[in-house]
Design a protein around this ligand. Structure first.
Ligand code: ATP
Length: 437
């Protein structure tokens, strides 16, 4: 079975993970809205990242900086001068392409099969420009941030001094970023509004190579161990030295095998002291660190793992998607790691009699305090299981005739299909154990 983007996009729409934005108006190019199940999945991804990167470590703290920042930030960071993609226009079909990503002729739909007639390449800045306040003049220009990272750099002193932190330490942030991409596409892989999870880890120069290696490994482990992504669908891509951004000493992408080929999922970069140096120069503030013990003053180097929430959400769906047959019926199942599953437990009365629905509802009220649960009494039990399998619910609890006698229920596992019977008062510890391991 091959997982196609089309299958995943359809499932997302049908079951409420992701909808085309503004759909009743015909949609809005390459923008998407997350539905009830999509936001639960997204929250689980963010929570797992936050726990792994921030709360489980004593040397990483969080930040939430504003999307709108002082325009000088983007001069200092190099985004105004350099954050651009090479762009060409076709004079025949009027379409616009990234000069380094021109699709094959068959995929270009130039008018009546004619050849595209391209203009010269020009640089197109990817930042969204807006105006702050009532006057739309150059003095009021502001940009929607194209990355969250600059929020951490400009708050370096605030965070370091208020927390009395010493390198090595990190500042992490999750939030929206905006890029006026020339060729967005592939569903939520490349959009103009997206969410990033970035961490800037400040280290003493000289220890940067070692920390770079450390974070590269840590980040790969998060995907395989915490999200349960199949390791054979992931790989490192080390950027050759000649392709590195001017500020980067080393960059490695973590790539995923998408249906459209290998592509970036996350970037890990050694940004040297470029950002702090630039902001020191542009702001006139001394962004160095004085080590009381060694009596040394230095400008920390930065190791940055930068990931996109939307791309991760896409790969969790692609990686989990399976089609099989159960009891002669075709089944779609999302084999999410239980930690990621938007709904953890489906609760079903086997029959709508003997007080089974009431008992199942009582159980729902107990379990919903701890887990995302879904109660369903409509249709055959097989169909109810399949509806939950399709959205990746890892566990199903059925209240049946025997429950009414001895307070036991059956617990069904989505992947092994194994059903065990256990007393209601053992359910919570059993579920916690299965979700967390
Ligand atoms: P690409 O080469 O795919 O354009 P990038 O190298 O510009 O990506 P970074 O600046 O390293 O991306 O951003 C870090 C992460 O943010 C990426 O690995 C990706 O997960 C996410 N990301 C970047 N741009 C987009 C986008 N337009 N849509 C969705 N996610 C994005």
């Amino acid at each position: 079975m091959t997982v196609t983007m089309e299958k995943v996009v359809n499932l997302c729409k049908r079951r409420g993970f992701v909808f085309p934005s503004s759909e009743i108006y015909g949609g809005f190019a390459s923008t998407w809205d997350y539905g009830p199940l999509g936001i639960e999945l997204k929250r689980n991804i963010r929570d797992s990242w936050w726990r792994y990167m921030v709360t489980s470590r004593e040397n990483v703290v969080g930040l939430e900086s504003a999307i709108l920042m002082h325009p000088r930030v983007w001069e200092a960071s190099g985004h105004i001068a350099g954050f651009s993609d090479p762009l060409v226009d076709c004079r025949v079909c009027k379409r616009r392409f990234r000069a380094d990503h021109i699709p094959e002729k068959v995929d270009r739909q130039c008018a009546k099969g004619a050849e595209c007639d391209f203009t010269d390449t020009r640089q197109f800045n990817l930042m969204f420009k807006t105006f702050v306040g009532p006057v739309e003049d150059e003095a009021a220009v502001a940009f929607l941030r194209p990355e969250t990272a600059q929020g951490m750099f400009v708050n370096f002193l605030n965070v370091q001094q208020s927390g009395r932190l010493k390198p090595p330490f990190g500042i992490a942030q999750i939030g929206k970023s905006f890029r006026n991409e020339i060729t967005p596409g592939n569903f939520i892989f490349r959009t103009r509004e997206f969410e990033q999870m970035e961490m800037e880890f400040f280290v003493k120069p000289g220890s940067d190579d070692e920390w770079f290696e450390y974070w590269r490994e840590q980040r790969m482990n998060w995907y395989t161990q915490r999200l349960g992504i199949d390791a054979t669908n992931l790989r490192f891509y080390d950027h050759p030295k000649e392709d590195l951004a001017h500020y980067s000493k080393a960059t490695t992408d973590i790539e995923y095998r998408y249906p459209f080929g290998w592509g970036e999922l996350e970037g890990v970069a050694n940004r040297t002291n470029f950002d702090l140096k630039q902001h020191s120069e542009y702001s006139g503030k001394d962004l160095t660190f004085f080590d009381e013990e060694s009596r040394e003053r230095y400008q920390p180097y930065v190791i940055e793992p930068a990931a996109g929430v939307d791309r991760i959400l896409l790969i969790t769906l692609l990686d989990a998607y399976r089609e099989d047959e159960q009891e002669g019926e075709p089944r779609i199942v999302l084999r999410f790691h239980p930690r990621l599953a938007p709904i953890k437990v489906g609760i079903f009365p086997l029959l709508r009699k003997e007080g089974q629905p009431e008992k199942a509802l009582q159980l729902r009220d107990i379990l919903k305090e701890r887990f995302a649960v879904f109660y369903d009494q409509a249709g055959s039990i097989g169909r109810r299981y399949r509806r939950q399998d399709e959205v990746g619910t890892p566990f199903g609890i059925t209240v049946d005739h025997q429950t009414m006698q001895d307070d036991t229920v059956t617990l069904r596992d989505r992947d092994t299909l194994e059903q065990i019977r256990l007393p209601i008062d053992r359910l919570i510890p059993e579920l916690i154990q299965r979700i967390e391991t």
